[in-house]
Design a protein around this ligand. Structure first.
Ligand SMILES: NC(=O)c1ccc[n+]([C@@H]2O[C@H](COP(=O)([O-])OP(=O)(O)OC[C@H]3O[C@@H](n4cnc5c(N)ncnc54)[C@H](O)[C@@H]3O)[C@@H](O)[C@H]2O)c1
Length: 372
């Protein structure tokens, strides 16, 4: 069985990200390699517990760990302060101790929530992230950001808590519903655009295979995107320069999610729309060629991320962008791609944002035909 190991160089000592098909059944060994814990609190949502709970439990028991399952309801609403309290109570009631380990088995919701509970319970218990969505395998499980949403916004309470290890079994992705799969592909496209021409070319070449989730293509895409995240957070664990690049497409993306009402638009669809918009702003502010914009549009379309339209008033989107955490000195920050592998972060004046939003929310400016 093939396994790829990437190493995150973190301020707190570093950890490995293991990627491969079938790793779920061998995760006991991966946990043992980083922990002598007698017990494992296995946190998963209702869907993931049903799909993979038994196999994960067997793998952990096979490595001599006693398993305490902690199930939460599926969905973003579980990423709450109240649910975190309930999970921490469950740790306490079942006698989870400081030398035990938390296993976060699932998508970004479970990863963020279980990671946050691990960070705070007894002032910190080790956590192993076992991501089972594409978004979680290429993004949220790596980098140590954990947290919960508050009524006033997403991720408003949280902690940096680097995992002991990340174990990504790419075979688990075959059961994802199509919307979750495509949503994750937006992050994969973002990674390729930030990474450079070889990654962009490879993603174009594999786009058809990815749409049928060919195991080899899936593994290569996860390795490419996870590698970029590993390199980025290794350079910059606490988000200032390099880590800002990961916000490509997220400035407008987050605004769309907020204006539409959380859950109404898939995260990936919103980010894809944000990447298309950022390409237009890059043309205007950086003199980027229209060919690069057209190519990014085409890449997203090939990955099943067509234009989702812009059904929201530009003023509401601008207001939402301005309320984002990333506003600096009153101006909205955007990551702009100048070419494959070449990006800058810029403060974008309101008048440019308004003009571009008005034009973007109007008719689509050019067709994608013949862009490559
Ligand atoms: N910490 C970070 O750096 C970071 C980065 C990006 C996003 N996030 C967070 O991640 C969250 C979104 O994560 P997500 O998109 O993975 O959503 P999610 O965790 O809600 O998972 C999506 C759905 O897929 C189901 N599922 C998970 N694995 C499955 C599988 N293998 N087969 C079938 N179904 C499966 C889940 O039960 C859920 O219903 C957001 O809260 C976001 O804020 C965090």
């Amino acid at each position: 069985m093939r396994e790829t190991t990437l190493t995150v160089d973190s301020g707190s000592g570093g950890y490995e990200v293991r990627i491969g098909a079938g790793l779920l059944d061998r995760m006991g060994d991966a946990v043992r390699a980083v922990s002598h814990a007698p017990r494992a609190a296995l946190v998963a949502d209702s869907n993931v517990m049903r799909l993979f709970g038994e196999r994960a439990g067997r793998a952990l028991e096979g490595a001599g760990l006693r398993v305490v399952p902690v199930e939460i309801p599926a969905g973003e609403t579980s990423k709450s302060w109240e649910r975190a309290g309930a999970v921490i109570e469950a740790f306490s009631e079942s006698g989870i101790a400081r030398d035990d380990v938390v296993i976060a088995l699932g998508g970004g919701v479970v990863g963020d929530l279980a990671g946050f509970c691990a960070a705070t319970y007894m002032r910190g218990v080790g956590v192993v992230q076992v991501p089972t969505t594409l978004l979680a395998q290429v993004d949220s499980s790596i980098g140590g950001k954990t947290g919960v949403d508050l009524p006033r916004g997403k991720n408003l309470a949280g902690a940096f808590w680097a995992p002991l290890a990340v174990v990504a079994d790419t075979a688990t992705l075959s059961s994802l519903v199509e919307a979750e799969w495509t949503s994750g592909l937006a992050e994969v496209a973002k990674s390729a655009i930030l990474d450079g021409e070889p990654a962009v070319g490879a993603l174009f070449g594999d786009s058809e295979a990815l749409s049928r989730r060919d195991p080899g293509a899936v593994e290569m895409a996860v390795i490419m995107a996870a590698s970029l995240k590993v390199r980025t957070v290794s350079a910059d664990e606490r988000e200032s320069d390099a880590r800002e690049s990961l916000n490509l497409g997220h400035t407008l993306g987050h605004a769309i999610e907020k204006v539409a009402g959380y859950g109404a638009v898939a995260h990936g669809a919103a980010v894809a729309e944000g990447m298309r918009f950022a390409a237009r702003v890059a043309e205007r502010m950086e003199g980027v060629s229209v060919d690069w914009t057209a190519r990014q549009d085409l890449l997203l379309s090939r990955l099943g991320l067509g234009r989702s339209g812009c059904a929201y008033p530009p003023e509401a989107l601008l207001e939402a962008m301005r309320s984002d955490k990333k506003v600096r000195a009153g101006e909205v920050r955007m990551v702009l791609s100048r070419a494959p592998g070449d990006w800058v972060a810029r403060s974008v004046p309101d008048e440019i944002l308004v003009a571009e939003l008005v034009s973007w929310c109007g008719a689509q400016r050019r067709t994608e035909e013949g862009a490559r």
